[in-house]
Design a protein around this ligand. Sequence first.
Ligand SMILES: [Fe+2]
Length: 197
Amino acid sequence: MSEDEELFDKLKKEIILLWLNNKTLSEFVKLPENLIYNKVPGNKIESVKILDDWDADGNSIKLIHKLIKKVSPYVNWRQTYEEKDIGKTFLDKFAYFELFGPNGHFLTKDMSLYVIFFDKETFYTWHNHEAEELYFVISGSAKFESKGNKSEILNKLKTRFHKNFQPHSLTTLKEKCLCFVVWRDKLDSEVKIVKDI
Ligand SMILES: [Fe+2]
């Protein structure tokens, strides 16, 4: 096993353990038994420096935070949004990658698991998608808002569910936020910015 595959494998094993010990995650979606390692080329994005400079602390699931940082140089980081739609300020402050999924570092057609981070004082604008979604906070905190629900500030181990097409947004305050984003259906959903809430 190459060094990068070994790191991805450690992260995968830690997530399997997390799923075993967390009812909200395991009831949302089962982790597929055969996640097939997929050699995807790394893609570095300027904003990933925010994660590289961020050490796990008391507000972190430390081991997972550390493992994500370790795989970071090999990750196919993405932003998807274009500057004209979301603004440069936001693109300077976030990035994500698909760890498990149809195009992930481990292949599966049964679910998607993305890793996403935001710098402090960042507003991730209102958007929606057909896929049902569960956010899970690994490190730091953020304010989660979704149409029809009370907003709440969530710390590590907390989750937030979004129904299909339910508009939602996320705002970080004085802390950064590192999360898993899990989809269990409609894995090819398009994420659309929502202007009228
Ligand atoms: Fe979402």
